[in-house]
Design a protein around this ligand. Structure first.
Ligand code: PEP
Length: 256
């Protein structure tokens, strides 16, 4: 089985302020060394990307700057949107697509997520494509079917050669920000099934090399058990990423 370097992302969502964002970035950066077993990225709100990027550069950090969203068109009359060229200009290295809050609270379709995902990899950036089922879908036994539908649409225009730039985050919607977490066994089963879909879409080598993260109320207390499952390669962290000590404890759990 290929070595997959664990990845931990901190999704700050619509939280922090100008000064607290820079301070949090500095605290995280100072706790992640070059020898960290995990690759780490933080995803601040758009308006603080520049200042968080400056804080990361100042500390010579090993934490990558990430954006929570992007628009897929290169430029033009798209009021309020932000292009990948703009994000690259200010040092962004990685972008989230398909986060459940964008799918379900902000109405992004599977197809739009696919356009954004292709645009991120075509821009040469790392894309974290999020998939996951809602509670009703889980109760109906549709977890794997939902993940498969979102993967197929999300990766529709991503070639095999670009899959090095792709990380998948499995985030059951009912576990995000609720304090509920999938059991390591349930998460492992969903992750293994995601690899089956990747194998069908690409091949067995790609399916075994792509990192698949778990997200949904990961905390220092449950991270170790989740990350020890064979197909879980780290996590996408929301609430706990707003506290540097908690986030760094999760990074340590992923890297150990
Ligand atoms: C997320 O926002 O992707 C997330 C997993 O949030 P939380 O950790 O708060 O559940």
């Amino acid at each position: 089985m290929p070595e997959r370097r664990p990845f931990v992302g901190g999704n700050w969502k619509m939280n922090t302020h100008a000064s607290s964002a820079a301070a949090l970035a500095q605290q995280v950066a100072s706790g992640v060394g070059i020898d960290s077993g995990a690759e780490v990225a933080i995803f601040p709100p758009f308006v603080y990307l520049d200042r968080v990027g400056a804080a990361l550069t100042k500390t010579g950090s090993h934490v990558a700057l990430g954006a929570q969203n992007c628009f897929h068109e290169p430029d033009g009359a798209y009021t309020g949107e932000i292009s990948l060229t703009m994000l690259k200009d200010i040092g962004v290295k990685t972008v989230l697509t398909g986060h459940s809050e964008r799918r379900h609270a902000l109405g992004e379709s599977d197809e739009l997520v696919g356009s954004k995902t292709a645009a991120v990899v075509n821009a040469g950036l790392l894309c974290l494509l999020c998939v996951g089922e809602q509670l009703e879908e889980r109760k109906a036994g549709a977890t794997d079917a939902v993940n498969e539908r979102q993967l197929r649409a999300g990766l529709a225009d991503v070639s095999a050669g670009s899959m090095e730039q792709l990380v998948i985050a499995y985030e059951p919607v009912w576990a995000i920000g609720t304090g509920l977490t999938a059991t390591p066994q349930d998460a492992q089963a969903a992750h293994a099934q995601i690899r089956v879909v990747l194998e069908d879409l690409y091949d067995v080598s790609i399916a075994s090399r792509v990192r698949v993260l778990y997200g949904g109320s990961v905390k220092p207390g449950n991270a170790g058990e989740l990350f020890s499952a064979p197909d879980i390669d780290g996590g996408l962290i929301g609430g706990a990423s707003l506290n540097a000590a908690d986030f760094l404890a999760i990074v340590a759990a992923a890297g150990s």
